[in-house]
Design a protein around this ligand. Sequence first.
Ligand code: COI
Length: 370
Amino acid sequence: MYFCETFNKRIFALNHTMQGLHTTRVEGSRLPQIDFDNLPFGSTFADHMFVCDYRDGKWCDPRILPYQSLSLSPATSALHYGQSIFEGLKAFRQNNGRSVVFRPEDNHKRMNKSAERLCMPAIGKEFFMDGLMELLRIDEAWIPKPQGFSLYVRPFMFATDEYVGIRPSENYRFVIFCCPVGRYYQSAIHVKVSDDYVRAFPRGTGYAKVAGNYAAGMMPLKMARQQGFDQLVWLDGREMKYVEESGTMNLFFQIDQTLITPIADGTILEGITRDSVIRMAKDAGYKVEVRKISIEEVFEAYNHGRLLDMFGTGTAATVAPISSVTYKGFRMELRPTQERDISQYLGKQLEQIRTGEIADPYGWNVPVMP
Ligand code: COI
């Protein structure tokens, strides 16, 4: 009952055209040229983008344009001082042919939390949600059909003042563009626990989706990749003792029959896939603990044969099994992925909810109205 009401309200709320929106369509779509059998993540772009600007204290000038380069002054404030935030979400083509977008209102809320932390203006629902839905309506044909594919949606906001002094910008731009994508990780990944650099520290920006968090991780990640690892696992910035997250994902550990994920108390991104996984796991009867977990505890469990699964969650990564974890030169090899009941179940459940193969009891899928 709750689900039906929510669903109908959403259709009503989102099925209208945004006031003042100016749309310029492409003359010919690039879609027929796209090779879906060869689709590297994040480098193929759909035909259109949504843009609006913040000036004189309000968001204005919403427009849908052909996907194109932005023209920026060299003095653009975001390029110097990093007032730049982003989100990631996905739209799916369901088996009945209809398209849905997954939990977009949660991305809107999180974007405004990030904006607050970087002293940027909140973006109103009428720009974020309506801009997103209009864009998806226009580029709906870009939402891929085959299993394992989706349309990755990237909303972002950045400071546009032409000014080299340090102060919060007075002008901003908000843009949404989309990329058809396949899997982010093609197979289970090998991770290294970073024991020399940290990603975040208490009262910093760790919980926010700010561009600088990712920039700070790139040099340590590059070194780890040179050693053959796919990703890093970050420890807390104070004691370097507790596991926080991986570069692209939140983390989950199965120790005995309990699923444990680090508590998001300021230094960890509050992942929307993380939240979905916690809810699905609890509803399936798994015991879930959201708490601090030290790297020693993970090792201890491994040494006693109690570390049964480890995986990451993220919009891009979905539910990504981890094959090995290396800390200070010691490598923990996990069981083959097909023997891991929890991550197999959660990955499949999430996929099936999104594609409509099973019911969505949570109201996570928001329909894209044609
Ligand atoms: C996402 O999962 O949406 C992210 O922002 C991470 C990035 C690897 C694409």
